[in-house]
Ligand binder design. Structure first.
Ligand code: URP
Ligand code: ZN
Ligand code: ZN
Ligand code: ZN
Length: 469
């Protein structure tokens, strides 16, 4: 009997396509077999370790395709590094992250990628991969894109927002899209008209409108919808480059994506828990509390949430990622007291995506299988990690979560594991909680105790987008 063999017995195995009472045999970090619970096949299995999942869900580890560990932003750095951030992810049932390596102005893509490897390698509790942020599109960075695709960095984020930082103009975006349409890369777009937004920021500040809530007012829904529309047209002009619009928050932007998909275009959309569960009401909290909710795209009036949920049900939106980009309230968000435009943009969330989306199952927004689709399978397929990640099938990595669907928990900064001094969901009670987590067959959370280690997680090169295959 090999200790490299583990059995998960008695749970309800849920994937994006099936729900079955099945047992799972794990061998050398991978799923060796699944068989009906109580069948002669599964009864014959022996293993060094057996995990009893009776009464629990057994689901694929979450794939969070949008995180920013240690991102430099607004003169500071996101407060989770790869060690603290991936440990928190594991606590929340996420076993793979795809983080964004950043190309700095005037530097090669390779320099940015090397820098992100240096930050992550040997630190991660779970497996990780990289997208590349293009901030400086020119002839040599276009050539480098081809090399990156070949070595497993197959998606490139461009920004229509943040002039002077990550911003690319339409010409640069078009050139990057043309290159991606040739080399198989997926273009990810931050779709907000940043040039127009900066004018509105300046005018708001001149009127003395400095509170966090004005962040939401100047970053207009129309400017998200306009940029989304423009990105879609540019991708068409570039030859049908697959386009993935990140952090979609506005109903009008969902409509642009839906219209493009109705035309049969390879256009995809991601939203995040903050847009599904929070709103401009949070941004308007008094006493600078609103700064805790400053991110871009911004939180929207509550009325937009129905369109996001509908998009997730109709598959006009395919993925829910966190855009985890935490800044402490104390010392970091506070940089923007008296000027909302100086509040570093981003929310913590990597730990709570699976739970918040399970709450959406409880609330009737989505089915259990849709939960697994948008949180595990679709991000894995979108970013070339499937079926190694995102499902439970023979040959897949044994990234497995034993999930208790009945237990109630209250989210709080006092108990979370992210390195940030507040929770955007403070005091919210949700039904369901991660109990045990396996990463490539190793137990990293054992019945609510962390048993993982920094450096267990490995860099995982990706194939090109598999979503249309
Ligand atoms: O506010 C956000 N989303 N910060 C992270 C950077 C980005 O635009 O994704
Ligand atoms: Zn490396
Ligand atoms: Zn963005
Ligand atoms: Zn982001």
């Amino acid at each position: 009997m090999s200790t490299a063999r583990t059995l998960v017995r008695g749970g309800l195995v849920i994937t994006a396509t099936d729900e079955t009472h099945a047992d799972i045999l794990i061998e050398d970090g991978r799923i060796a077999a699944l068989a009906a619970h109580g069948s002669t096949v599964s009864e014959s299995w022996t293993a060094g370790r057996t995990i009893d999942a009776t009464g629990k869900y057994v689901i694929p580890g979450g794939v969070d395709a949008h995180t920013h560990m240690e991102l430099p932003f607004g003169g500071t750095f996101a407060s989770d590094d790869f060690e603290t951030g991936t440990r928190a992810a594991a606590w929340g049932g996420t076993t793979t992250i795809v983080d964004f390596a950043v190309q700095s102005m005037g530097h090669a893509l390779r320099d940015g990628l090397d820098a992100w490897h240096a930050k992550a390698d040997g630190k991660c509790a779970i497996d990780y991969a990289f997208h590349m942020i293009l901030s400086d599109v020119h002839d040599s960075s276009l050539k480098e894109m081809d090399l990156l695709v070949e070595e497993g960095v197959t998606s490139f984020k461009l920004f229509m927002a943040y002039p002077g930082v990550f911003y690319s103009d339409d010409g640069r975006i078009l050139r990057a899209m043309q290159r991606a349409s040739l080399n198989g890369g997926l273009v990810m777009m931050h779709a907000e008209n940043g040039i127009a937004i900066d004018v509105l920021v300046e005018q708001a500040l001149a009127r003395g409108e400095t509170d966090p809530r004005y962040h939401g007012e100047v970053r207009k829904v129309l400017l998200e919808a306009e940029a989304t529309h423009r990105a879609i047209q540019l991708a068409r002009v570039a030859g049908g480059t697959p386009l993935y619009v990140v952090h979609v928050s506005a109903e009008e932007a969902v409509a642009e994506i839906a219209a493009a998909r109705d035309k049969g275009l390879a256009v995809f959309g991601e939203t995040c828990p903050q847009y599904l569960f929070l709103s401009t009401d949070n941004l308007a909290e008094p006493g600078f509390e609103g700064a805790k909710y400053v991110c871009s795209t911004p939180l929207r009036p509550r009325e937009h949430q129905a369109a996001l949920w509908r998009g997730l049900r109709t598959n006009d939106l395919q993925v829910v990622s966190t855009d985890h980009c935490p800044f402490c309230f104390s010392g970091q968000k506070e940089l923007g007291r008296g000027d909302f435009s100086k509040i570093p943009n981003g929310l913590p969330g990597v730990e709570h995506r699976m739970d918040l989306l399970h709450q959406a199952v409880v609330d009737g927004h989505i089915s259990r299988r849709r939960w697994i689709e948008i949180a595990c399978a679709a991000p894995a397929r979108m970013f070339g990690l499937y079926p190694k990640k995102g499902t439970l099938a023979p040959g897949a990595d044994a990234d497995i979560v034993i999930y208790d669907p009945d237990i109630r928990q209250t989210i709080s900064a006092a108990t979370h594991h992210m390195n940030v001094d507040y929770s955007a969901y403070e005091g919210r009670t949700v039904t369901g909680r991660v109990e045990t987590v396996l990463s490539r067959g190793e137990v990293v959370i054992d019945r609510r105790t962390y048993t993982g280690r920094a450096g267990h997680g490995v860099y995982t090169p990706r194939s090109t987008c598999q979503y249309l295959n």
